[in-house]
Ligand binder design. Structure first.
Ligand code: 13P
Length: 250
């Protein structure tokens, strides 16, 4: 049985003191859950967040990283730097980075390879645009993103990789994919993993849904056969709301 993993993606929100206050509020609310809880916070909040989650069941992730170890890349952060302060997860290939910062399937594949080599657990994002969906190309687009992104990752390196299916038209819009549509897209991704890596990996890999997940729709989504949790944007910014998503099964 795959477990449910619920990750918050704060995007460019919360100052360090707000991050610490949030975690202090969230920790008691989720302490008894059997679901995994992750917060992916801005770089500047990482250290404070890591200190504040000590002794709790909350894990911390970053939202991006560079694929080179070091060098003349002004403003960038390497996988080694994240690992050095004990960051556990890192989001890779989020659609906002693909749209606004020239992230491509090639850079995503380099980052996934590097993250895994260093021992970070990637949350690898894929998703189609509205035009692609309306043109009937959603499955082709997302399975191709999966294939390209994982092109440098070997079978034995997949235990700690999470995939997040986030249809771009559902991000921050209040429009959630129906639970059936989200489940079908995730099944298509699982089928691609089956083709690439075989049955055991396909059955065990965690695939989340992301896009306007809230406490009011989490249960319906998470009860679908193939949806293993969520990557949550806006609704992860309020501790009580995020806790309700994590505790959807209470
Ligand atoms: P929202 O939950 O705000 O739609 O954002 C989803 C997302 O992009 C998470 O990575």
């Amino acid at each position: 049985m795959r477990k449910k993993i619920i990750a918050g993606n704060w995007k460019m929100n919360k100052l360090p003191n707000e991050a610490m206050e949030f975690i202090e509020e969230l920790a008691p609310l989720v302490k008894d859950t059997k679901n995994e809880v992750i917060l992916c916070v801005p770089y500047i909040d990482l250290f404070y967040a890591l200190l504040t989650v000590q002794g709790t069941n909350i894990k911390i992730g970053a939202q991006n990283m560079h694929y080179e170890e070091s060098g003349a890349y002004t403003g960038e952060i390497s996988a080694e730097m994240l690992k050095a302060i004990n960051v556990e997860y890192v989001i890779i290939g989020h659609s906002e980075r693909r749209q606004y910062y020239n992230e491509t399937d090639e850079t995503v594949s380099l980052k996934l390879k590097k993250a895994i080599e260093v021992g970070l657990k990637p949350i690898f994002c894929v998703g189609e645009t509205l035009e692609e969906r309306e043109a009937g190309k959603a499955e082709e687009i997302i399975t191709n993103q999966v294939k390209q992104g994982l092109s440098k990752v070997k079978k034995h390196q997949l235990q700690n990789l999470i995939i997040a299916y986030e249809p771009i038209w559902a991000i921050g819009t209040g429009k959630t994919a129906t639970a059936e549509d989200a489940n079908n897209s995730i099944k298509a991704i699982r089928n691609e993993i089956l083709k690439l890596y075989g049955k055991e990996i396909a059955e065990n890999i965690i695939i989340q849904y992301g896009g306007s997940v809230k406490s009011t729709n989490a249960k319906e989504l998470f009860e679908m056969s193939d949806i293993d949790g969520a990557l949550v944007g806006g609704a992860s910014l309020k501790a009580d709301e995020f806790a309700k998503i994590v505790e959807y099964d209470k």
